[in-house]
Design a protein around this ligand. Sequence first.
Ligand SMILES: *[C@@H]1O[C@H](CO)[C@@H](O)[C@H](O)[C@H]1NC(C)=O
Ligand SMILES: *[C@@H]1O[C@H](CO)[C@@H](O)[C@H](O)[C@H]1NC(C)=O
Ligand SMILES: *[C@@H]1O[C@H](CO)[C@@H](O)[C@H](O)[C@H]1NC(C)=O
Ligand SMILES: *[C@@H]1O[C@H](CO)[C@@H](O)[C@H](O)[C@H]1NC(C)=O
Length: 412
Amino acid sequence: MRSRSCLYPLAFCCAIGLSHANDGSLSDSQLSSVQNRLEDAAHQSWEFGTRAQALLELDASPFSVFSDTSLPPPHDIADMTENLQAVLDIAESVVSNQSSRTAGQARPLLPDGSSGDPASIGVAVLLANWTGQDRLNYSDAATGQLNYLLNVAPRYENGAISHRTASAQLWSDSVFMVPPFLAYYGVLNSNQSLVEEAYNQCKLYRDILRDSDNGNLWKHIVGKSDSPADAGYWSTGNGWAAAGMLRVLATIQHSPYSDALSNEMEDLVAWIKEIQGAMYDKLDDSYVFRNYVDKDDAFYDASSTALMAATVYRLSDVWDDHTHIPLAQRSRNVLLNGKHIDDDGWLTPVVNPHSYGVEGSKSAEGQAFVLMMESAHAVWHSAGEPGNGAAFVEASKLLTISTVLIVYIALL
Ligand SMILES: *[C@@H]1O[C@H](CO)[C@@H](O)[C@H](O)[C@H]1NC(C)=O
Ligand SMILES: *[C@@H]1O[C@H](CO)[C@@H](O)[C@H](O)[C@H]1NC(C)=O
Ligand SMILES: *[C@@H]1O[C@H](CO)[C@@H](O)[C@H](O)[C@H]1NC(C)=O
Ligand SMILES: *[C@@H]1O[C@H](CO)[C@@H](O)[C@H](O)[C@H]1NC(C)=O
C-alpha cells in the first residue's frame, strides 16, 4: 500500500522534472504571439519573403521544399490550413501593387534598392500561380522577377547576381533571397538549367564571400555600391547563406533532378556544413552568437542564433547529418528557456534588421527564424531526435531524477 502511494507522486515529480529538463517547445499561444509579432514587424521586401517561408515551414509544410513529398507540390489547397492563405495573401498584396502597365516586362516584384530582396517573395508568388489563384497574373509577376534577376540586375565580375540595384555588390543575405526562387521556378517549369543556375549562384557567392583565412566564415558584403561594404563576419549573414543553400538543396532533392544533380547536392551539403562548422567553432558558453561572430565586443544576437539552429535541425532532417545537433540544442534551450522571448512574443536581444551593426529591439526576420527553428526542430523531434547530445541530455535527466529523489526522500 505504502509503496504504491509513494510511487505515484514520485512518477509525477519525475514527469514534471523531466519536462523542464527536456528543453520543451513553445506553447501554442507563445508560437502564435511570435507569429503575430512577425506579421506586425514585416514591412520590407525580404521581410515579406522571409515571413512567407516561415509560414510555409510552420503550417503549410506540404508546400514547403522541406516536405518529404516530391516537387512540384500538389495543385490543390482544399485541405490546407489558413497559413497557406497567409502566404497567398502576401503574394496578393505585393502583386496587386504592381502597375498593369508593366505586364510582360522584366521587373522586380516590388521596387527596392536591393535587386535580391524582392525575389524572396517569388516562391509565394509562384505558389499563388501554382494553386490556381487567378485574380492577378501571378505567372507574369514571377516571370518578370526571374527575367529581372537574369537579364537586368547588375552582375559581379564572376557572374554573381548583385544584391544591389545601383552596382555590383554581393551580400551573404542574397543567398536566401535569390537561389531558392531560381530553383523553385526551375522545378515548377521543368527547367533544369534554372535549377543549375540556383546552385551556380550559391557557388559564385561562396567564391567571393567565404574567407578561408578566417575559418571559412563568410564576409557580409563585398563590392562597391550605394551602401558601404562590410568585411565583417555577420552572424545573420552566415545564417542566411546556410539557410538559403539548404532550401536549394531540399528543392533539388525532392525534384526530378535529384539524380542528375547529385554532385551539386553534395557540394551544397559541404558548404552548409562549412558555415555551421565555422560558426559553432566561435560559440561561447552563452550559446548565443555575437552579432559579428568573431568579435568579443559585439553584442549577443538571438536572431542569428535561432537561424543557425534552424539550419542544423534541417540538415539533420534532410541529409541525416547530425554533427552540430548538440550545440544547436543548447542554443535552442537557451533561447526558449532563458527569457529570450518576452511576454509579447518578441525575440531578444536582436540586431536591428535595418542597420546590421546596431542592436535593435523588434526584428521581423528574428521572429521568422524562431518559427523556422521550431518547424525544423519538430521534424527532427518526430524522427526520434537523431544525434541528440546524449551526454548532455542524459546528465541533465540524471540530475533531475536524483534531485527529485533527494527531495522525496527528505520529505519522507
Ligand atoms: C502597396 O502600395 C501602398 C501604396 O504605395 C503601400 O502603402 C503598401 O505598403 C504597398 N504594399 C506592399 C505589400 O508593397
Ligand atoms: C503558372 O501556372 C500555369 C498553370 O499551372 C503554368 O503553366 C505556368 O508555367 C505557371 N507559371 C510560372 C511562372 O510558374
Ligand atoms: C499573364 O501574362 C502573360 C504574359 O506574361 C500572358 O501571356 C498571359 O495570358 C496572362 N494571363 C492571364 C490570365 O491574363
Ligand atoms: C529555362 O529558363 C531560361 C531562363 O528563363 C530560359 O532561357 C530557357 O530557355 C529555359 N529552358 C527551357 C528548357 O525551358
